[in-house]
Design a protein around this ligand. Structure first.
Ligand SMILES: [Zn+2]
Length: 294
């Protein structure tokens, strides 16, 4: 009887200890599991973000089905959370550039000799490198980035055609490039950057630069009597969007949205059609010359 009582007491003691202990273990494992799941979830989320943004789907190529026809990529500046410059009566550069880019596409399709693609055909944000990357992956032969300028002086007006240079042709061109490069944030300023200079010394890059200049000059020639140009319409500056391209390119400021006349023109479909025609004709001539070259 004595021995049994001791056994019962010991068993009760053991049970009294074991129960809270096992409860502790169960709770501990539970917490650990929840943490694992949470960690696994945050891991998936962490991977999903850069993965989704890493490579954009290619935009459609329009125009002749013959893939040997040269391809022009038209880039509507800004978009999404980056409105670009703002004009009087609430005009936003990102909306104007999209309308202008579509006008260029439509003119190229009417002309029917070149293939064309837009870097964006909606109000969406693309970083500057993504725009160049799309052109490269599409195998573009010419890249035209379309913008609309703004100036403190509301008398400034007319279109300007820019080609890439390590140094701006003047202080205003440098200031413009700084503004346009800001699309990616304040770090994307490359005026006088060594990367641009080193690209430009390369021989094939020099040829590309000559073709870019030839195209830009053609825009000014073909635009005479069609659209209004700035008093000094051919300039150079260090644009991030052009610097990594290994194909002829130009950045066209179609006009000043800070200027009431220019702003009204750029939202006028008839003016935009003439702007589109100007770029389309210049592109067609520039690329026909290249085809004819030995
Ligand atoms: Zn712009």
């Amino acid at each position: 009887m004595e021995g049994r009582a001791i056994f019962v007491r010991q068993a009760a003691l053991a049970l009294g200890l074991a129960l809270p202990l096992s409860l502790l273990v169960v709770v501990g494992v539970g917490v650990w599991k929840v943490r694992q799941v949470a960690r696994a979830q945050s891991y998936v989320i962490h991977l999903a973000l850069p993965d989704a943004g890493a490579r954009l789907g290619l935009p459609p190529i329009e125009g002749p089905a013959d893939s040997s026809r040269p391809l022009v990529v038209i880039d509507a500046g800004h978009g999404g959370h980056d409105p670009g410059a703002s004009g009087a009566n609430g005009t936003r550069e990102k909306d104007v550039t999209l309308l202008l880019a579509r006008a260029v596409r439509d003119a190229l399709l009417r002309e029917g000799r070149l293939r064309v693609a837009l870097t964006r055909d909606a109000d969406r944000f693309l970083v500057l490198d993504e725009r160049a990357d799309l052109a490269r992956r599409l195998g573009a032969d010419l890249f035209v980035s379309v913008h609309a300028d703004a100036a403190g002086n509301d008398q400034a007006g007319g279109a300007t055609v820019y080609t890439l240079s390590d140094r701006g042709s003047d202080a205003l061109a440098d200031a413009l490039a700084r503004r346009e490069n800001r699309a990616d944030g304040p770090v994307a300023d490359v005026s006088a950057s060594s990367a641009v200079s080193s690209i430009l010394v390369d021989l094939s890059q020099r040829e590309m630069r000559e073709r870019s200049v030839a195209f830009a000059d053609l825009v000014v020639r073909e635009g005479q009597g069609r659209i209004a140009f700035h008093a000094d319409p051919r300039r150079q500056a260090a644009f991030v969007v052009l610097k990594s391209l290994d194909l002829p390119s130009a950045l066209v400021e179609a006009g000043y949205i800070s200027n009431a006349d220019d702003a009204a023109r750029m939202v006028d479909p008839a003016w935009r059609a003439r702007f589109g025609e100007t770029i389309a004709r210049a592109a067609t001539i520039a690329l026909a010359r290249r085809e004819a070259a030995p």
